[in-house]
Design a protein around this ligand. Structure first.
Ligand SMILES: Cc1cc2nc3c(=O)[nH]c(=O)nc-3n(C[C@H](O)[C@H](O)[C@H](O)COP(=O)(O)O)c2cc1C
Length: 212
């Protein structure tokens, strides 16, 4: 069986009789991401991340893509932020990238878990000192009275860690999003867009074309 893949490459299924598509959707995602960057898409790494409370109340915000590791998308945040608290209650999440420069969207559904402390430590260690201090100073998503309060807290943390390497706060680190569904959308002529939806099926992916 053959089908057109999101890039137009024939998406020929494996010869062994299984229905496994040869094109892994995460390879496809990386190819589209690279093409968006090459096309000069501003904030090509920004994506909308939707979470939901245990009661099913959704919330969405933009965050930055920090790479693909072992089939999971990485992002960094404050674990005690609204999104962090919602993910503690309900690990299900959805995300969407949109790259106007290439006329493409990728959306995913899956679950989010914290990456290892070692990975968060390694990432935090690479950030510049002011950004590290910011992670200590900002209780993300909590009300604050004034901007001056935030700046005073930043200065206080600067004094606290004067002359030493800033350690990673336990409440800040890397999250790993594991996709179960990946959908590619490419704008087409006369609004006849191409949509391909990959759904995880055990160790492989099932792919189908959707009406636009
Ligand atoms: C382009 C863009 C990129 C952002 N990247 C991040 C990010 O990587 N991590 C993060 O915690 N917040 C990031 N933010 C801020 C979030 O959108 C959001 O305001 C913050 O994480 C608090 O969200 P919450 O209260 O729902 O947890 C970004 C905002 C924008 C507009």
């Amino acid at each position: 069986m053959s089908e057109t893949s999101p890039t137009g490459i024939p998406n020929v299924h494996a010869d062994d009789g299984s229905d496994a598509p040869r094109i892994d959707p995460l390879d496809q995602f990386l190819a589209w991401y690279a093409e968006a960057e090459k096309a000069g898409a501003p904030f090509a790494d920004a994506f909308a991340l939707a979470t939901s409370s245990a009661s099913g109340h959704p919330a969405v915000r933009y965050v930055l893509f920090k790479g693909l590791v072992g089939g999971t998308l990485r992002l960094v945040t404050n674990f005690e932020s609204r999104k962090g608290r919602e993910l503690d209650e309900n690990p299900h999440a959805a995300l969407a990238f949109f790259w106007p420069a290439t006329g493409r969207q990728v959306r995913m559904e899956g679950t989010i878990a914290r990456a290892s402390d070692a990975e968060s430590d390694a990432y935090f260690a690479k950030r510049d000192r002011i950004t590290q201090l910011g992670a200590w100073a900002s209780a993300q998503s909590r009300p604050i009275a004034t901007r001056a309060e935030l700046e005073a807290e930043l200065a206080r943390r600067d004094r606290e860690f004067a002359g030493v390497t800033v350690p990673r706060p336990r409440h800040w680190g890397m999250l790993a999003f594991t996709p179960a569904v990946v959908e590619f959308w490419k704008s087409g002529e006369f609004r006849l867009h191409d949509r391909f939806r990959y759904e995880r099926d055990g160790a492989t992916w099932r792919v189908e074309r959707l009406a636009p």
